[in-house]
Design a protein around this ligand. Structure first.
Ligand SMILES: *[C@@H]1O[C@H](CO)[C@@H](O)[C@H](O)[C@H]1NC(C)=O
Ligand SMILES: *[C@@H]1O[C@H](CO)[C@@H](O)[C@H](O)[C@H]1NC(C)=O
Ligand SMILES: *[C@@H]1O[C@H](CO)[C@@H](O)[C@H](O)[C@H]1NC(C)=O
Ligand SMILES: *[C@@H]1O[C@H](CO)[C@@H](O)[C@H](O)[C@H]1NC(C)=O
Length: 447
């Protein structure tokens, strides 16, 4: 069965379940916002952008392994603190409250909680816009411990009628703590492609104690696949984004939710690829996919079957992430990819023990990358993600070298991450209701 009948069946399935609802109330709407790169206003040149991105990527990859639980615990709560992935690459512009105040959020597909800095601050990092004040908003309502919205963040000494407190800690040391509330979020307020759309009753964290790298954000928007995620809370359960050219850093990238989250496929469905999302009990927020193999040109690379499988203990697997720039592969697969790229370039691997993204000296006078074949990532159900040369290589003009934008993650059981350099100009659609990732090559600047 090809992708068209399957899509059609899914549509029927959704209609069947949506129809009793939609006769009484209007169907759930779609929402659109824009992702801007954290470095978009920094005025960095290409080489500097790459180095900054590589540093962030390395730190993020280290926080995306299962073993990252905090070893320190507070005196009253001895459970290990779950650490959420730290670092981010994109900011998403929203507004919060009534009247709306700007909410510039770090977009994180690796975690679920949406939070913003909140008055009265015990500790807040500097932000350009006024800090959100729940007393000044007519749409704020508190969340108590008995509420469903409290379950994912429930802590000790939380009793039915007490305010629901949360504390969220990220792997890079950033954190936010405060109380949960319900608010109205407004989309599309500043980009003007569409009139602003507001949606009420979104559970969020009102953060009065916040720290860590903020990248000029005023909080975080959780785009994972858990119940507290904005994707789940907006209904329909679909998220789509389309990342524009990394080096056109000032271009925004569209992000779509709900009924607007559809692939803008111009090829009549032929190019749309779909693969199941895999669920991990240990990491319910992450978007796992089954990577079965990698080809470069016509050759399937000699990577052992099962190398990227998610294991029962929660190690291994591959996740799709918008907060990691370079794809990172479990060590054994990384070595195979690097060796083959070295063959294609006719160069030896400079440092065979390094897990950093490798660079190869360019011939004198080179001014661009040489011709190279496409790399194809083969996902389960026959979904192939074709990466053109510019989605996996980069020409570093300052160093006159050709660099592979893949890194390795140490050990045989590490989690691999599909990074956003590889996702440039590929529209991604995550359907958390059906449990499927679909993607199609697209000029994201035209979406
Ligand atoms: C908002 O109201 C609460 C409860 O009345 C109070 O504790 C808090 O200090 C107020 N916040 C601000 C920023 O005034
Ligand atoms: C935050 O914004 C200021 C200017 O508004 C800029 O100088 C600074 O580099 C930005 N910081 C980051 C981490 O982007
Ligand atoms: C790996 O899996 C593929 C497809 O399932 C199969 O054709 C191939 O023989 C397997 N290779 C090994 C070494 O098991
Ligand atoms: C090779 O990589 C390893 C691991 O990153 C590093 O410790 C070593 O210094 C590198 N060697 C050279 C010659 O760069």
């Amino acid at each position: 069965m090809g992708p068209i009948p399957r899509q059609f069946l899914i549509t029927l399935f959704l209609l069947a379940f949506a129809s009793p609802h939609s006769s009484a109330t209007p169907p759930p709407s779609g929402y659109r916002s824009t992702l801007t790169h954290v470095d978009s206003k920094g005025g960095f040149n290409k080489a500097k952008l790459m180095r900054r991105a590589a540093d962030r990527s390395r730190r993020r990859a280290a926080t995306m392994q299962l073993s990252v639980y905090s070893t320190t615990s507070t005196s009253s709560d001895t459970r290990p603190t779950r650490l959420y992935s730290g670092q981010a690459e994109y900011l998403m512009e929203l507004a919060i409250g009534t009247p709306p105040v700007p909410f510039v959020a770090l977009a994180d597909t690796g975690s679920d909680l949406t939070w913003t800095q909140c008055e009265p601050c015990k500790l807040c990092f500097a932000q350009d816009t006024p800090i959100y004040d729940r007393n000044a908003s007519s749409s704020f309502s508190p969340v108590t411990c008995s509420s469903d919205a409290c379950l994912p963040v429930w802590s000790h000494n939380c009793f039915a009628t007490t305010p629901c407190k949360y504390r969220y800690v990220y792997g890079d040391g950033a954190y936010s703590a405060g109380v949960m509330g319900m608010e109205t979020l407004t989309f599309g307020s500043s980009y003007g492609q569409a009139p602003p759309v507001s949606v009420g009753g979104i559970a969020f964290g009102c953060g009065v104690d916040n720290g860590g790298l903020s990248y000029n954000s005023t909080g975080t928007v959780g785009l994972g696949r858990g119940s507290l995620s904005l994707v789940a809370q907006l209904g329909v359960g679909k998220l789509s984004y389309c990342l524009t050219d990394f080096f056109d850093i000032s271009l925004g990238s569209p992000v779509l939710f709900g009924s607007l989250a559809e692939l803008a496929d111009s090829s009549g469905g032929a190019a749309v690829q779909s693969t199941p999302l895999v669920q991990s009990p240990q990491n319910p927020s992450w978007y796992y996919v089954s990577l079965e193999g990698i080809s470069l040109g016509d050759a399937l690379l000699p990577i052992q079957n099962g190398t990227f499988d998610l294991r029962a203990d929660g190690t291994g697997g591959m996740i799709v992430d918008s907060g990691t720039i370079f794809t990172s592969l479990v060590e054994s697969a990384f070595r195979v990819v690097v060796d083959r790229v070295a063959d294609v370039l006719g160069q030896p691997v400079a440092n065979a023990s390094s897990l950093d993204s490798p660079c190869f000296p360019a011939p004198a006078g080179a001014w661009q990358l040489p011709d190279m074949p496409d790399m194809v990532l083969h996902f389960a159900s026959g979904a192939d993600m074709r990466l053109h040369r510019d989605n996996y290589m980069y020409f570093d003009q300052e160093e006159s070298s050709f660099c592979l934008t893949f890194a390795g993650s140490p050990g045989p059981a590490s989690t691999s991450v599909l990074g956003n350099f590889q996702q440039q100009n590929i529209q991604m659609l995550f359907d958390i209701t059906v449990g499927q990732l679909s993607f199609v090559p697209t000029d994201c600047s035209k979406l």
